[in-house]
Design a protein around this ligand. Structure first.
Ligand SMILES: CC(C)(COP(=O)(O)OP(=O)(O)OC[C@H]1O[C@@H](n2cnc3c(N)ncnc32)[C@H](O)[C@@H]1OP(=O)(O)O)[C@@H](O)C(=O)NCCC(=O)NCCS
Length: 177
């Protein structure tokens, strides 16, 4: 699909918080299984998440931009006590920019980042929860080599289940972010 402006990937910055909150609301506001707090609280949450990412290095947080606009982001957790495990917290792409491979490229970037945190050591188990009816996300993870493992009943709420996706990720030789 044609892109009018190039997509640029970079680490999240504190000043991104409000844009991240607006994008997260656009992605999950109507889904019925994620509780979205008021915008100011959500922006504070993202500011804290970016701060944690910058301070600890254990929470890689990458945004995709098109011009000045943030059109996607992904955040993960890397456990230094369990160096062969990582967890993708969420991945969001602007509804107006989907199927342009931004989600795929965000996953590639976060995997590279995990590699760097893991100093290139052998396969990292990367997991993510995906809502049982979230076909787009399931297809994205499958297309990137993740497979479904267990179904977690009531992961989101009493009646809202998630699949756990897993990839035995082999580090790439040259991380870029
Ligand atoms: C899931 C999401 C991040 C995908 O982002 P995206 O940028 O549109 O995905 P990509 O363009 O990188 O898709 C890569 C591949 O994933 C699969 N895919 C992605 N969206 C799909 C869809 N709606 N239907 C079928 N396959 C899909 C395809 O195989 C696609 O490759 P192709 O276009 O060459 O066929 C996006 O739909 C989104 O933000 N959804 C709302 C938030 C969300 O649910 N996040 C996941 C939380 S776990």
């Amino acid at each position: 699909m044609k892109r009018d402006l190039p997509i640029v990937f970079r680490k999240a910055a504190l000043g991104d918080a409000l844009q991240l909150a607006v994008l997260h609301e656009a992605c999950f506001g109507g889904c019925g299984y994620v509780v979205i707090p008021p915008m100011d609280q959500l922006a504070d949450h993202f500011e804290e998440a970016v701060r944690l990412s910058n301070d600890t290095g254990s929470y890689p947080f990458i945004v995709a931009t098109k011009g000045e606009k943030i059109v996607g982001f992904v955040v993960a957790e890397y456990n230094r006590q369990k160096p062969y495990q990582a967890y993708i917290g969420t991945i969001d792409v602007d509804p107006g920019c989907r199927r342009e491979h931004i989600g795929r490229d965000l996953l590639l970037k976060i995997e590279e980042n995990i590699d760097r945190a893991n100093r290139g050591r052998v396969p990292v188990k990367i997991t993510a929860h995906v809502h049982a009816r979230n076909t787009a996300s399931q297809k994205l993870f499958e297309s990137m080599g993740y497979r479904t493992t267990t179904r977690e009943s009531g992961f989101y709420s009493r009646t809202q289940d998630a699949w756990v996706f897993l990839k035995e990720h082999v580090p790439s030789p040259r991380p870029s972010l």
